[in-house]
Write a protein that binds this ligand. Structure first.
Ligand SMILES: Cc1cc2nc3c(=O)[nH]c(=O)nc-3n(C[C@H](O)[C@H](O)[C@H](O)COP(=O)(O)OP(=O)(O)OC[C@H]3O[C@@H](n4cnc5c(N)ncnc54)[C@H](O)[C@@H]3O)c2cc1C
Ligand SMILES: *[C@@H]1O[C@H](CO)[C@@H](O)[C@H](O)[C@H]1NC(C)=O
Ligand SMILES: *[C@@H]1O[C@H](CO)[C@@H](O)[C@H](O)[C@H]1NC(C)=O
Ligand SMILES: *[C@@H]1O[C@H](CO)[C@@H](O)[C@H](O)[C@H]1NC(C)=O
Length: 459
């Protein structure tokens, strides 16, 4: 047994089933197979602390593994040779009924959290809609979902975390205790430690929802471009209510606009959203009268995206004061309809942001994207190793936007990892990066918690 293996085995109290040595792990992105130093499954924060100390002693980088949904397989380190701390055994859950604050172990997936909170008093907090995403990676990077315009991101709900730092200490970070670590955990957590437990503020979720979908079928790119321009003009209006969530999915053969309006059908009709569109479309409306049915609907919608595949993805922030120009929108559809993707399938996707997300200052948490109107992402998957032409195809979409609107900041949300992005840290954390680098130098100067795009210590 190597010295590292002996250290790890002792760290988990001699239980050999809690330390594994897979030679290759398949994360969510099959295009990035990895060979970690070890994958561990600690059951207590003390064990996590001992594992981190072993890593430091044996000069290994460390990453927590939550739900394993990083587009760059960062939960397995994102590069070979890292020591992985899978937090799946952290399944503690309780709610303080006087404050509504929920204690949630870092091992849960979002789907579990939805059910547990609802069963504990019809509670919820805002987060993404894909049930298999891990709360660990989600709430430490951002966490945007259908109710985010009403209630903010998942990380905006964190009251405190229990986190294991690079020196092995187990601390509680909050506004009042280790506030610098707390700042970093709210958007850049992967580079700062391993969260074992969250305390989340909760809310009473909406019970009434109008689910709408407008589908512009066919391959007429003029109709597709027009739908996007009209959608953008509609959601950019000042008085669009926070009750409206909205997404645009752009496939080669159709554009679909969908979302949930949290309120009555009469109030939704009063918005006259369909009236925004001139090209022909088909409309589907479903009325929901309870929260879990809405969540189930979103999960069904996300189901096709939940399977691991060989893929690449890119993201752009679009701001209300720099909306995509008509020329850029035309160019995007012109480009995607005339360029060989090399992919088995691809799509572009838009998620409306703003609302409560933007009530918080961009330097209040590590997550800086507080002036974004919507996220624009593109995604392409291949049948096997992603070919160069597919990387180029997606890079080309962003280039169309960036060259069409020179000088505009299109930096991107770290939750949608672009694993080939240069200067990713600048893009992900923008004006907060210098402060994060300073905090990193204080709490993790050896860069123990590391993936290819995590915050590095300032020198
Ligand atoms: C199908 C799909 C749908 C998605 N939908 C949304 C969405 O609607 N909204 C949205 O905002 N995002 C969405 N995402 C992005 C998702 O939120 C991020 O990929 C998130 O980081 C995944 O967390 P994880 O724990 O599942 O992944 P992992 O790969 O396990 O972890 C991702 C990163 O977080 C770190 N991490 C994990 N657990 C901890 C912990 N306990 N302490 C410290 N660091 C930790 C890991 O080290 C790694 O660097 C989606 C992703 C996928 C694949
Ligand atoms: C394509 O869509 C545009 C916008 O709706 C419409 O004006 C045009 O007639 C359509 N062209 C074809 C060939 O259907
Ligand atoms: C990928 O595989 C599917 C199903 O086998 C096939 O239909 C498709 O043509 C393949 N695509 C590419 C780009 O090879
Ligand atoms: C570990 O680091 C934290 C944060 O910098 C610090 O508060 C704590 O005192 C350190 N613990 C030890 C044992 O050095």
């Amino acid at each position: 047994m190597t010295a590292l293996a002996a250290c790890l085995l002792a760290a988990v109290g001699g239980n050999s089933s809690l330390v594994t040595y897979p030679s290759s792990v398949a994360g969510f992105n099959l295009n990035i197979p990895l060979d970690p130093a070890a994958v561990t499954y600690p059951t207590t924060a003390d064990q996590v602390s001992s594992i981190v100390k072993c890593a430091v002693q044996h000069d290994k980088k460390v990453q927590a593994h939550g739900g394993g949904h990083s587009y760059g397989n960062h939960g397995y380190g994102g590069v070979d040779g890292e020591l992985v701390v899978d937090v799946q055994n952290f399944q503690q859950f309780s709610v303080d009924s006087s404050t509504g604050i929920a204690t949630v172990g870092a091992g849960y997936h979002l789907g579990d959290v939805t059910t547990l909170l609802y069963d504990a008093g019809e509670l919820a907090f805002a987060h993404g809609s894909c049930p298999s995403v891990g709360v660990g990676g989600h709430a430490t990077v951002g966490g945007v979902g259908p109710t985010s315009r009403l209630y903010g991101t998942a990380l905006d709900h964190i009251e405190s975390v229990q986190i294991v730092l690079a020196n092995g200490s187990i601390i509680t970070a909050s506004e009042s205790s280790h506030p610098d670590v707390f700042f970093a955990v709210q958007g850049a957590g992967a580079g700062f430690g391993i969260v074992t437990e969250f305390k989340f503020r909760t809310e009473t979720p909406p019970t009434l929802g109008v689910q709408y979908q407008y589908t512009f079928a066919g391959t007429n790119i003029t109709a597709h471009a027009t739908a996007l321009k009209e959608w953008q003009a509609f959601v950019a209006q000042d008085d669009i209510p926070r009750e409206l969530s909205s997404m645009v999915i752009m496939l080669p053969t159709a554009v679909s606009i969908s979302g949930t309006y949290f309120g009555s059908e009469a109030d939704f009709d009063a918005l006259d959203f369909p009236g925004a569109f001139t090209a022909p479309f088909t409309e589907t409306i479903t009325i929901y009268t309870d929260w879990l049915s809405m969540v189930d609907h979103w999960a069904d919608q996300a189901a096709t995206l939940e399977t691991p595949s060989y893929f690449y993805a890119k993201a752009l922030d679009v701001h209300a004061d720099n909306l995509l120009t008509d020329d850029v929108i035309d160019s995007i559809f012109e480009y995607t309809s005339t360029t060989e993707s090399g992919a088995n399938s691809w799509y572009m996707s838009i998620q409306l942001a703003a609302g409560a997300i933007n009530d918080i200052a961009s330097d209040a948490t590590a997550f800086p994207h507080r002036d974004v109107l919507y996220w624009f992402t593109s995604f392409a998957s291949a049948n096997g190793t992603v070919p160069e032409s597919t990387f180029e195809f997606l890079d080309g979409i962003n280039e169309v936007v960036e060259t069409g609107m020179p000088g505009v900041d299109f930096s991107a949300y770290a939750g949608y990892v672009d694993y080939q992005l240069e200067n990713a840290q600048q893009s992900y954390w923008k004006g907060n990066l210098p402060r994060l680098e300073t905090i990193k130098a204080l709490v993790d100067p050896q860069d123990v918690f590391h993936n290819p795009q995590s915050v590095r210590p300032s020198s």
